[in-house]
Write a new protein. Structure first.
Length: 472
């Protein structure tokens, strides 16, 4: 069972919840609409992944977010509020809906705790105008999801946040006492992740040779001057005799790729999850951080080979120019909404377990009322995921790629009550069902690209998810 002190602290949170709920009832009566109530209390640190894992039988909506290298992990269950947006204006619509909800909210938070106050998980489709299949049902073009229960830990302190909507006559005490009992059941016992699946088989979503043919067509159009760069994605399908376990996969990803953003958004019986090395943008206080990540090379089997691959990547004129295009775009997009936009003159190497990339951090300072969702809308998609020129590359992908990317390559992350938050680019990712998963990887195609080389690059990028799912 959960420790007495934790349960008692959580129950005190419920009493604070009721105090805020009474304020919200009066506000709801005056305004004629439900009011968000959010209360955060400190609890004993546990592993939030346990909450995500054991929530499978409790709710169709679950989320997980972690930066393993820092000790930060967050899990959420249920949906106190959600908002689905469609079409090209999905970022602006989501930002407006979130601001409207927060403007009247009754919030009792402790800024000294991790993830204190309401925090909505957010995910967006790469391209809302794509020819859609049924693969991504439940994952809207833009989705904000505010969990009923959020448990966060930074390794030193932990917080429990209860969220709910209160109307003029709403009584919420039963709901939130239930949430505390649920927390007691879900994370009270020691949780050990089960082993990842075995007996996994793989196949390309397209017939053999078709993806290379698409790359060949892209190279022809690039050489004809129709495009400067286009990023093509590839889907590989995995099947398992025993059910996949998303929590075990997440545990493997955070262990093997601690420098990445490990994320999951579960909807119904499927989970979109991954370990992305690429930050799209974050806002903490007035500080903005973005990342340019473009240009890839394998890791070496020996130290000498590894260094040689990295130095060749740094010296490659082709890879450096592709990377520079991404940096210029990020700087220009931030300059329209931020001050003091800065970036190093030359890229550095980001080394992950299976691949190394050219990497340039970009920083800026927020001006005015700009929030993280506003910046997400300005930055997505960068040339590292779409191409250049942006509109022409997106149109080419839409017409020729033969793939429903869904949320792959889109922004995934979170936003808080102050408009602050963090978003990763949803790469190194998979949409996981019970016995079948779709894995995605992409490669930047330029006029000098070789189809066989680009296919090998996607194979390298797929290794992270393949290993975490139990495939060789």
């Amino acid at each position: 069972m959960i420790g007495v002190s934790v349960a008692a602290t959580a129950l005190r949170g419920v009493r604070r919840m009721e105090a805020q709920a009474e304020l919200a009832r009066r506000r709801a009566s005056r305004l004629g609409c439900p009011i968000l109530v959010s209360v955060t209390t400190e609890v004993k640190p546990r592993d939030p992944l346990a909450l995500f894992a054991r929530g499978l039988g409790v709710t169709h909506n679950r989320l997980f977010w972690s930066l393993p290298a820092t000790g930060l992990a967050v899990a959420g269950l249920g949906a106190a509020w959600s908002f689905a947006a469609t079409g090209p204006e999905r970022f602006a619509a989501a930002a407006a809906a979130w601001r409207e909800l927060i403007a009247t909210a009754a919030i009792d938070a402790d800024p000294g705790l991790p993830f204190s106050g309401p925090m909505a998980a957010a995910g967006f489709a790469f391209d809302p105008l794509r020819p859609a299949s049924g693969l991504w049902d439940g994952y809207a073009d833009g989705l904000l999801l505010l969990p009923r229960l959020v448990f966060a830990s930074d390794g030193q302190r932990a917080s429990l946040t209860l969220n709910g909507l209160v109307g003029p006559s709403t009584s919420s005490i039963n709901l939130h006492l239930s949430a505390v009992r649920r927390l007691r059941d879900l994370i009270g016992r020691t949780w050990r992740p089960p082993p990842v699946g075995v007996g996994v088989t793989l196949e390309d979503a397209l017939p053999p040779g078709v993806w290379r043919g698409i790359v060949t067509d892209a190279v022809a159009d690039l050489n004809a001057g129709h495009l400067e760069k286009v990023v093509l994605a590839r889907e590989v399908r995995a099947r398992a005799a025993t059910p996949f376990d998303p929590a075990a996969t997440l545990d493997a990803l955070r262990r093997d790729y601690p420098e990445t953003f490990v994320f999951a958004v579960a909807r119904g019986g499927r989970t979109f999850l991954g370990a992305s090395p690429e930050r799209l943008v974050s806002v903490h206080g007035r500080v903005v951080a973005a990342s340019a990540l473009a240009g890839s090379a394998p890791r070496g089997k020996t130290i000498c080979d590894d260094v040689a691959f990295g130095q060749a990547l740094l010296a490659s004129a082709k890879e450096r120019e592709e990377h520079a295009v991404v940096v210029r775009m990020i700087r220009a997009a931030l300059a329209d909404a931020c001050a003091q936009v800065e970036a190093p003159d030359a890229p550095m190497l980001m080394r992950l377990r299976n691949v190394q990339h050219l990497f340039t951090p970009v920083t800026a300072t927020v001006t005015g009322e700009t929030g993280v969702l506003d910046l997400v809308g300005r930055l997505h998609p960068t040339p590292a995921l779409g191409g250049q020129p942006r509109a022409a590359a997106l149109a080419w992908i839409r017409e020729r790629e033969q793939l429903d990317r869904g949320w792959y390559g889109g922004p995934v992350g979170w936003v808080d009550a102050h408009g602050q938050g963090e978003f990763a680019v949803a790469i190194r990712s998979a949409l996981v069902g019970r016995h079948e998963a779709s894995l995605f990887a992409g490669a930047g195609i330029v006029a000098a690209s070789d189809p066989a080389h680009e296919e090998r690059e996607t194979n390298i990028k797929l290794k992270a998810m393949l290993g975490a799912l139990g495939a060789s």
